[in-house]
Design a protein around this ligand. Structure first.
Ligand code: BES
Ligand code: MN
Ligand code: MN
Length: 471
């Protein structure tokens, strides 16, 4: 049963304690920022094997932060990057919260587009610029620092805490499920909390009740056994880059619908209710497009931008290589071409089925005279939670305090693989409480985290631990 954090004295002690915690966070804000900068200096790029030692260093940093906050810390080795597991389990009878985040970051490329280097954290205009500032080191830090505040001020936490901070989220969390499966009872909790999403807009905080899933694949088209003179051989053999371009173009029809066989199987039509709810959000299409620097939207016919981003699936090329990429002209039939392709999935698409359909479709679209190789990097299903659960109510109150305004309920288009695993392996629902902004340029150059969001998120986090006990 949930109970008041301070037991029978709760009604008297709590308001004082929460005010003291708020004050502690204000008084320690500068130090917290400096510590976050030290975290951001570590180039923990999980996709790049040259950064393996840096990724390990970031894990050690998280471990030392756990200990400094008063948590017990254990570094869990995996076949890939380690998992940082931190616990504090002394709130007998109080709920147990499983907090998840990731200390790995995306590659910082394109490097020449950063105003200040990605791993030299810099404050400009009230924003902290660095790779990982918002995704996800800065957001992870809000929870570590709110727990530190509780421990320093109250000497205790109102909830039991199990903290899982992993180092492979940006490469698909391929080793995390093994850890979850092997530690089901140890990881038992009442609810999971993740801050790795975004607010709906500036000063419009949000609780995210659905995320899309993903499958990430790579296709390589091979032609002649090496690059060949395009005058001597061109016209008589298939050009792998031309072929790949045609294959990619064939993945959509003129209505923006995806032509992979069985792709839309199992997807329920949007309910009128949800359509109405999304339509009510304060979304400005023109501003959305102008912030992206494009003059028109694009997508599946019959859906709004928000519906296309949150409720409908996609198929996108992330990168394409093949042939000569250097300066000046060169006349060749390239020997091969490769494309990295991801599909964003919605409930109830099956990732394996989508991958099989994508491979079949690409092979069918390939012209004679080329060989097609296909591989899968990672995948996870989509999910939607009940937006009215009692834990959602606790999160709403905490956010209203931290941000000074009630959150809206949203879905998001990005993916966090662990959320579906928490449901299927641990039977847990997740509160997705994003403190960032989609305009923070996560995954791109000049990624940043607003200092105001860092502070407001940390305060909301501190209040959440209290609110979870009183629902
Ligand atoms: N934090 C993001 C996911 C996100 C960002 C969700 C903003 C909603 C709003 C996460 O780190 C991420 O980038 N996930 C990857 C998935 C992964 C399997 C590579 C993604 O969505 O591309
Ligand atoms: Mn993230
Ligand atoms: Mn990310």
């Amino acid at each position: 049963m949930p109970r008041s954090p301070a037991g029978d004295r709760g009604t008297i002690v709590m308001p004082v304690t929460l005010a003291q915690i708020d004050r502690y966070l204000v008084e320690n804000a500068d130090r917290h920022l400096e510590e976050l900068k030290a975290f951001l200096k570590i180039p923990s790029v999980s996709a790049d094997s040259r950064h393996k030692a840096d990724v390990a260093r970031a894990a050690d940093f998280v471990m030392s932060q756990f200990r400094a906050a008063g948590l017990d810390a254990e570094l869990v080795k995996t076949a890939g990057h380690p998992i940082c597991y931190g616990t504090w389990l002394k709130a007998a009878g109080a709920p147990t919260v499983l907090i998840y985040g990731h200390y790995d970051v995306q590659p910082p490329d394109p490097l020449d587009q950063w105003t200040t280097p990605p791993f030299e954290p810099t404050v400009r205009d009230g924003r902290l610029y660095a790779r990982g500032a918002t995704d996800d080191k800065g957001q992870v830090f809000t929870h570590i620092k709110s727990l530190e505040a509780w421990m320093k001020v109250a000497g205790t936490l109102p909830v039991n805490v199990k903290f899982v901070i992993e180092g492979e989220e940006e490469v698909g969390s391929n080793n995390l499920d093994l850890f979850l499966e092997a530690n089901k009872s140890r990881l038992a909790a009442d609810v999971a909390v993740i801050s790795d999403t975004s607010q709906f807009a500036r000063d419009v905080p949000a609780i995210t009740y659905g995320l899309r899933g993903i499958v990430a694949c790579e296709v390589t088209v091979r032609g002649p056994n090496s690059d060949k003179h395009s005058g001597v051989f061109g016209g008589a053999i298939a050009n792998p880059v031309n072929a790949l371009a045609r294959m990619i173009a064939g993945l959509h029809d003129d209505q923006g619908r995806i032509t992979i066989p069985g792709f839309y199987d199992g997807i329920p039509p949007m309910s009128a209710d949800e359509r109405a709810r999304l339509a009510q959000l304060p979304f400005d299409e023109r501003q959305f497009l102008s912030e992206l620097g494009v003059d028109a939207g694009w997508g599946e016919a019959g859906y709004t931008s928000l519906e296309r981003r949150w409720v409908r699936p996609t198929c996108d090329v992330n990168g394409i290589t093949g042939g000569y990429q250097g300066e000046g002209p060169k006349t060749i039939i390239p020997s091969s071409a490769t494309a990295k392709i991801t599909c964003r999935l919605v409930p109830d698409q099956n990732p394996e089925k989508v991958v099989a359909g994508l491979e079949a479709r690409l092979r069918k679209l390939a012209p004679p005279g080329v060989k097609v190789e296909f591989r899968t990097w990672h995948g996870c299903p989509a999910f939607v939670f009940d937006p009215t659960s009692r834990y959602m109510g606790a999160a709403k109150k905490a956010i209203a305090t931290g941000f000074g305004v009630e959150p809206v309920m949203i879905r998001e288009g990005g993916s966090i693989p662990v959320v579906a695993s928490f449901r299927s392996l641990l039977g847990l629902d997740t509160l997705l409480l994003g403190w960032g902004q989609n305009s923070d340029n996560l995954h791109g150059p000049n990624e940043h985290f607003h200092l105001a969001d860092f502070r407001r998120g940390t305060r909301a986090s501190a209040h959440l631990w209290h609110e979870l006990c009183v629902v």
